[in-house]
Design a protein around this ligand. Structure first.
Ligand code: NDP
Length: 296
C-alpha cells in the first residue's frame, strides 16, 4: 500500500482563500478590519523570516499587520509596556510575540501579560485552561492546523485511537486536548514511555512532535493509519555541504504502511501561519460580538 499524501500547501491555501473572503465580507458590511500585531526582539534571522511571512500572509487576506521591533538589548519592562499598549489598542485584535526572547526577558511573564482575548498563539494559561475545560479558547496554531488536516482526511474522529508522541506545551499537550475534544481515545507518549514502537502500532492516528529526525520507523505504524508529522529537522543532504528538511517519521518507510501521511516539508508547516490568521479573525469577531464560523 502507498499512503495518500496529505497536501498541507493546498489545505492552507484553501484556508487562506476562505479567510480572505470572510475578511472582505466583514469590511464590506462596515465591520472591523482584523489586525495582527507582531513583536520581534533582536535580529535572529529565522525569526525575521517568520515575522516577514506572517505579515505578508496577513496582508494577502486583507488584514492589517503591525510590526514592533526591539533591539536584542530590550528590557522586560519595555516589552511589557508594549504589550499593555497593544492590549489597549482597538485596531489590534491579535498579538504575537515571536519566540525565543533574549535571556534577560522572562517569556512566560510577557506571554501572560497578553490579553487572553488577543492571544492568537493560544499560549496564555487562560486559553490553555479553557481548551482543557471545554470553554471557548484560542488554540495553539500548529496543533489546530494538525486537527484541521485530520478532520478533512477522516471526518469524525470519535472513538479513534490517537497516539501523540511529544508533550510540549506548544504542540503535544494541546494536540492531545484537541483530539480528546473530538472524542478520540488519546495516549500521550514521551521520552519516558516504555516500548514506544508498541504504543505507536496501536494508533489509528499517529501524531509525531518530537524533534528527532526520522525516529518513527515504518514498522511502528499500524497499516492504514493516518500519520501527522509535525517534526522539522535539518539534516545533511545528499551532496556535501547541502542540508535538507526531514520530519520525525521515516517517510520513505512510513508511506508504504500508512493510509495517509503528511510530508515534510509541505505538510503541517504551511498550516501554522494560516491558522494564526484564522485565530486573528476569530479574535476580531469575538471582540466585536460577531459570530465566528469555522472556515474549513
Ligand atoms: P520539544 O522539544 O518541546 O518537545 C519534544 C517532545 O518529544 C518532548 O515531550 C519529549 O519528551 C519528546 N521526546 C523527545 N525524545 C523522545 C524520544 N526518544 N521518545 C519519545 N519522546 C521523545 O519540541 P516541540 O514540541 O516544540 O517540537 C517538536 C517538533 O515539532 C520539532 O521538530 C519542531 O521543530 C517541530 N515544530 C513544528 C512546527 C510547525 O509549524 N510545523 C511548530 C512547532 C514545532 P519529554 O517531555 O519526556 O522530554
Amino acid at each position: 500500500m502507498t499512503a495518500k499524501i496529505i497536501d498541507g500547501n493546498a489545505v492552507s491555501a484553501a484556508l487562506r482563500e476562505g479567510l480572505a473572503a470572510r475578511v472582505a465580507k466583514l469590511k464590506a458590511e462596515g465591520g472591523p478590519t482584523p489586525g495582527l500585531a507582531v513583536v520581534l526582539v533582536g535580529s535572529d534571522p529565522a525569526s525575521q523570516v517568520y515575522v516577514k511571512s506572517k505579515q505578508k500572509r496577513a496582508g494577502e487576506v486583507g488584514m492589517n499587520s503591525f510590526e514592533h521591533l526591539f533591539p536584542e538589548t530590550a528590557s522586560e519592562a519595555e516589552l511589557l509596556a508594549k504589550v499593555d499598549e497593544l492590549n489597549a489598542d482597538p485596531k489590534v485584535h491579535g498579538i504575537l510575540v515571536q519566540l525565543p526572547l533574549p535571556k534577560q526577558i522572562d517569556a512566560d511573564k510577557v506571554l501572560e501579560r497578553i490579553d487572553p482575548a488577543k492571544d492568537v498563539d493560544g499560549f496564555h494559561p487562560v486559553n490553555v485552561g479553557r481548551l482543557a475545560t471545554g470553554g471557548p479558547a484560542l488554540v495553539s496554531c500548529t496543533p489546530l492546523g494538525c486537527l484541521i488536516l485530520l478532520k478533512r482526511e477522516l471526518g469524525d474522529l470519535a472513538g479513534k485511537r490517537a497516539v501523540v508522541v511529544g508533550r510540549s506545551n506548544i504542540v503535544g499537550k494541546p494536540m492531545a486536548q484537541l483530539l480528546l475534544r473530538e472524542s478520540a481515545t488519546v495516549v500521550i507518549a514521551h521520552s519516558k514511555t516504555r516500548d514506544l514502537p508498541a504504543e505507536c502500532r496501536q494508533a489509528d492516528i499517529l501524531v509525531a512532535a518530537v524533534g528527532r529526525p526520522e525516529m518513527i520507523k515504518g514498522d511502528w505504524i499500524k497499516p492504514g493509519a493516518t500519520v501527522i508529522d509535525v517534526g522539522i529537522n535539518r539534516v545533511p543532504g545528499a551532496e556535501p555541504g547541502k542540508t535538507k528538511l526531514v520530519g520525525d517519521v521515516a517517510f520513505a518507510e512510513a508511506v508504504e504502511v500508512a493510509g495517509a501521511i503528511t510530508p515534510v516539508p509541505g505538510g503541517v508547516g504551511p498550516m501554522t501561519i494560516a491558522v494564526l490568521l484564522r485565530n486573528t479573525l476569530e479574535a476580531c469577531c469575538r471582540q466585536h460580538g460577531l459570530p465566528f464560523e469555522e472556515i474549513l
